[in-house]
Design a binder for this molecule. Structure first.
Ligand SMILES: Cc1ncc(COP(=O)(O)O)c(C=O)c1O
Length: 393
């Protein structure tokens, strides 16, 4: 057994104490498990990794923008190809554009190969083996971090239980490396209201970093929501992650970033891979930040389609979690894994299972046509139960 394994075992013993003290169980997600969850392939069924199959599939699994990037962003990227053979090419004004967007200095910005890299860097920098991440269950970071989590169950309305997050963070302060808040939360689509973010920051020890993942913030309408950039400006121990993969429609191009006080950015920097982001997408990202009209258009379209589909599902008697994002969860009242397989057989890739919400299917909002197809398929997979009257007749 390697020394690290022994250390890990000893740590697990200690962890069991920590977690039972917190009244919670650790997330049991091994690297192997995570790899399995990532694959959408089913034997003998369409394989999303093959281009011919992929192109035919309706992709409602990864909360992407189904419309693609607007003309201006495409043009900015096309014009940048001439730098494709260089390492230290201009960045298309990306860092300055991000800094301006958040009213911070360029020193407060760190770009990543998607916000996935930012999540990984935070993991590397603040979650060495003996440190815990605190977050709700289910949420996004937990499924990607190698760290053990204090996983706080959601409330009855599927919201973050911020009082409990504060309690367990304080109770385990010495062991907590990061508090992770996904706002709005993936997979539930629920927000943490601005007052509760403030309560968290004001209540926990000031040396514990709070990592706020705002991948879906562009889609939010709720007036109780507020992006948390102002806390970076105030110099609080907050790291905000943003991505160009969602509303900006650049998921395959891989671009995300963090904003944080300089001391935190300096702690993250050593973990960044050299030349981590591709030159072309930096130009696209800078153009995208300025295209607020397109952003508003996508937000509106998403809301309109999401609200229509979720109303239809509710009218059919299904419970749907009210979402502030470009995805929603519907309770299909049976294990999600075979349901996702049934959808795949019919050409739809839908969300995987998010334990412990094993009967809740997460569906990304596609185009109008895609969602009409989704509803038709949903009705085929879940035929309406005959009412007592119909049965008698
Ligand atoms: C909440 C959240 N954060 C981060 C990411 C990572 O996105 P990317 O690496 O494409 O920026 C995702 C992707 O689905 C997400 O849902």
């Amino acid at each position: 057994m390697k020394k690290t394994d022994i250390a890990r075992r000893k740590f697990m013993g200690k962890l069991a104490v920590v977690l039972s003290y917190a009244g919670l169980g650790p997330l049991q997600l091994s690297a192997q498990n995570r790899a399995r969850q990532g694959s959408g392939a089913v034997a003998g069924k369409p394989d999303p990794k093959k281009a011919a199959d992929y192109d035919k599939l309706i992709k409602l699994a990864n909360n992407e923008n189904p419309y693609g990037p607007p003309e201006g962003v495409m043009k900015a990227m096309n014009d940048a190809w001439k730098y494709g053979n260089r390492y230290a090419a201009p960045d298309g004004g990306l860092i300055d554009a991000i800094a301006e967007h958040h009213q911070v200095k360029p020193e407060n910005v760190l770009v990543g190969c998607g916000s996935s890299e930012i999540l990984k860097i935070v993991d590397d920098a603040f979650l060495p083996d003996h440190k815990l991440v605190v977050g709700v269950d289910p949420t996004y970071f937990a499924t990607n971090s190698k760290a053990k989590a204090i996983a706080v169950p959601l409330t009855k309305t599927y919201d973050a239980n911020m009082k409990e997050i504060i309690r367990v963070t304080k109770a385990n302060a010495r062991d907590v490396g990061v508090v992770y808040i996904c706002n709005p939360n993936n997979p539930t689509g629920r927000i943490v209201p601005k007052d509760e973010i403030k309560m968290l920051l004001d209540s926990i020890p000031g040396d514990i970093p709070v990592f706020i993942d705002e991948a879906y913030h562009h889609f939010v309408d709720d007036p109780n929501y507020e992006p948390s950039g102002k806390y970076v400006i105030e110099g609080r121990k907050v790291i905000i992650a943003r991505t160009f993969s969602k509303i900006a429609a650049l998921a395959g191009m891989r671009l995300g970033y963090a904003i944080a006080p300089k001391e935190l950015i300096d702690q993250l920097k050593p973990f960044v891979m050299s030349y981590n982001t591709n030159t072309i997408v930096k130009f696209g990202g800078a153009a995208s930040l300025k295209d607020t009209a397109n952003e508003a258009r996508i937000k509106q379209l998403n809301k309109q389609i999401r609200d229509r589909v979720t109303s239809e599902l509710k009218a059919m008697g299904y419970e749907v979690i009210p979402s502030q994002t470009n995805f929603f969860m519907v309770n299909v009242k049976k294990d999600v894994t075979p349901v996702a397989e049934d959808f795949l057989k019919k050409g739809f890739v839908v969300g995987r299972k998010f334990s412990p919400m094993t009967e809740w299917l997460r569906v990304s909002v596609g185009t109008d046509e895609e969602m009409k197809g989704f509803m038709k398929t949903f009705k085929e997979i879940f035929p309406a139960q005959p009412t007592a009257q119909t049965k008698a007749g």
